[in-house]
Design a protein around this ligand. Structure first.
Ligand SMILES: Nc1ncnc2c1ncn2[C@@H]1O[C@H](COP(=O)(O)OP(=O)(O)OP(=O)(O)O)[C@@H](O)[C@H]1O
Ligand SMILES: [Mg+2]
Length: 375
C-alpha cells in the first residue's frame, strides 16, 4: 500500500546518501528522520530530527521506526538487532534479509554463486596461512578485502608476488577476509535497479565508472559500452533484484573483463555514488526513486534525457586551508555543484561532487572534468 506524503520516512544513516535521499523526500512533501552516530551528520540540515545513536543500537532504531511510516537506509552496516527492531514496527525497505546477504563479503559471494550469478575467483581466508594458500591457488596478484566494514577501498590491500601474506593479512585488520584474484579489467560499470514491494522493477542504463586508488573518481551515464553489454548488465541486475525480492534500490557494481566476460563485483542495496549523475541525466534521480520504491509509489522514468557525468570532490581539495574556486567551476555550462556539508575535510573523504551535462557521455565527462580543473 502506498505511503503518501506528508508521512515521515526514516533513514538509517545520515551521510551524503542519506542527505540527498532526504532532499528528494522533502521535495515530495515527506517528513524525514535520520539515525546516525553523529548528531552533526550531513543529513542534519534537511532532516526533521536526527537520532544520534550507533548503528547497532536497537532501541534507538525502534524509536526511529515508531516516528515513521517506513524506514530505508543509506549504509549496509546496520546491526541485526537494530534491523529486526525496525521490522517489528514498520516496513524496512530494503529488508533485513537483503542486508544479511550483503553485509559480509564472503556471504555475499556465496549467495551470488549459489544463485548462478557470475563472479570472479576468490577464497575466504582467516589467517596468513590460508592467505598464502589462496595466493598459491588463485595467483599471486590479489585483492584482499575484510569481509565486514570496508568501503571506498578501506580495509583492503593489494598483493603481488613480493607481498608477505602475514603483513597483508595484518593490513586488512587481521580479520576474516576474501582474497580475490586481480582481474584484467576492460572497464567498470554499475547498474541501478529499483523494485517495488509488488515486484514491479525498473533499471537505469549502466554507468561507466573510473576508480583511482580503489575509490570512485568519476562516473558517466549512460556509459559507452561494447554492443550487447548494457543489455546483459541490465538483465543481470534485474535478475539479482528479483532473486533478493528487493524492496528499494540496488546498485550492482560490475567488471567487464578484457576477455569480454561480465562479472559482479559487489552489491549495494542503497543509493550509489556512481548514480549521482541521475540527478541531471534522468527524469527521476536515484534518490527520488528510492523514496518511491520505499513508499510503494509508481516508479519514475529512468531513461536518460541527456548524458551526464560526475567527478567526486575529495577532502584533499581543502587541505592547507585552500578554498576551492566553486565560482570558477560553475562557469562551465551545464554543471552543477553538490556539497555534502561535511565539516572536517580529510584526504580521501568524499566532500561533494561536480555534475555536468553533455551531448554525449564523453562530452559530459569532459565538462565535469573541466569544471573540476577550475576549482
Ligand atoms: N578482484 C579485483 N580485480 C581488479 N580490480 C579490483 C578487484 N577488486 C577491486 N578492484 C578495484 O578496486 C575497486 C574497489 O573495490 P570494491 O568495490 O571491492 O571496494 P569497496 O571498498 O567496496 O569500494 P566502494 O565502497 O567504492 O564500492 C573496484 O572498483 C576496482 O577498481
Ligand atoms: Mg565497490
Amino acid at each position: 500500500m502506498a505511503i503518501l506524503p506528508p508521512a515521515t520516512i526514516g533513514i538509517l544513516g545520515g551521510g551524503q546518501l542519506g542527505r540527498m535521499t532526504a532532499l528528494a523526500a522533502r521535495a515530495m512533501g515527506y517528513g524525514v528522520q535520520v539515525l546516525d552516530p553523529s548528531a552533526e551528520c550531513a543529513a542534519k540540515p534537511v532532516a526533521d530530527r536526527v537520532i544520534a545513536a550507533r548503528f547497532d543500537d536497537a532501541s534507538a532504531a525502534a524509536e526511529l521506526a515508531r516516528s515513521c511510516k517506513v524506514v530505508t537506509l543509506e549504509i549496509e552496516q546496520i546491526g541485526a538487532a537494530a534491523l529486526a527492531a525496525v521490522e517489528g514496527i514498520v516496513p524496512l525497505r530494503p529488508g533485513a534479509s537483503v542486508l544479511y546477504i550483503v553485509q559480509d563479503r564472503a556471504r555475499q559471494k556465496e549467495w551470488l554463486a549459489s544463485q548462478g550469478f557470475p563472479i570472479g575467483p576468490y577464497a575466504v581466508v582467516d589467517d596468513a596461512r590460508s592467505l598464502a594458500a589462496a595466493a598459491a591457488s588463485l595467483g599471486s596478484s590479489l585483492f584482499v578485502k575484510a569481509c565486514e566494514g570496508g568501503f571506498d577501498g578501506r580495509s583492503q590491500t593489494r598483493m603481488d608476488a613480493t607481498s608477505d601474506p602475514l603483513a597483508s593479512f595484518e593490513l586488512v585488520g587481521g580479520r576474516r577476509s576474501v582474497a580475490e584474484q586481480a582481474l584484467s579489467l576492460e572497464l567498470e560499470l554499475s547498474v541501478l535497479v529499483a523494485r517495488r514491494p509488488s515486484g514491479e522493477a525498473l533499471v537505469y542504463p549502466p554507468a561507466v565508472n573510473h576508480h583511482e586508488n580503489q575509490i570512485l573518481a568519476w562516473s558517466s551515464m549512460p556509459g559507452t559500452l561494447p554492443p550487447g553489454v548494457a543489455h546483459q548488465a541490465s538483465v543481470l541486475a534485474l535478475d539479482i533484484a528479483h532473486a533478493l525480492s528487493l524492496e528499494g534500490i540496488l546498485a550492482v557494481e560490475m567488471f567487464l573483463l578484457q576477455d569480454g566476460r561480465l562479472l559482479v563485483n559487489e552489491l549495494a542495496p542503497r543509493p550509489h555514488n556512481s548514480f549521482h549523475a541521475t540527478e541531471l541525466a534522468c527524469p527521476t534521480s536515484q534518490f527520488e526513486q528510492l523514496v518511491r520504491a520505499a513508499c510503494d509509489l509508481p516508479l519514475g522514468a529512468v531513461e536518460p534525457v541527456r548524458p551526464a557525468a560526475i567527478v567526486n570532490l575529495f577532502g584533499d581539495l581543502w587541505l592547507d586551508g585552500r578554498e576551492p574556486k566553486f565560482d570558477a567551476a560553475l562557469t562551465v555550462p551545464g554543471t552543477r555543484l553538490f556539497l555534502y556539508g561535511k565539516g572536517g575535510a580529510r584526504a580521501g573523504r568524499k566532500m561533494g561532487h561536480i555534475a555536468a551535462l553533455g551531448d554525449t557521455a564523453a562530452d559530459a565527462l569532459a565538462n565535469a572534468r573541466r569544471a573540476f580543473s577550475l576549482l
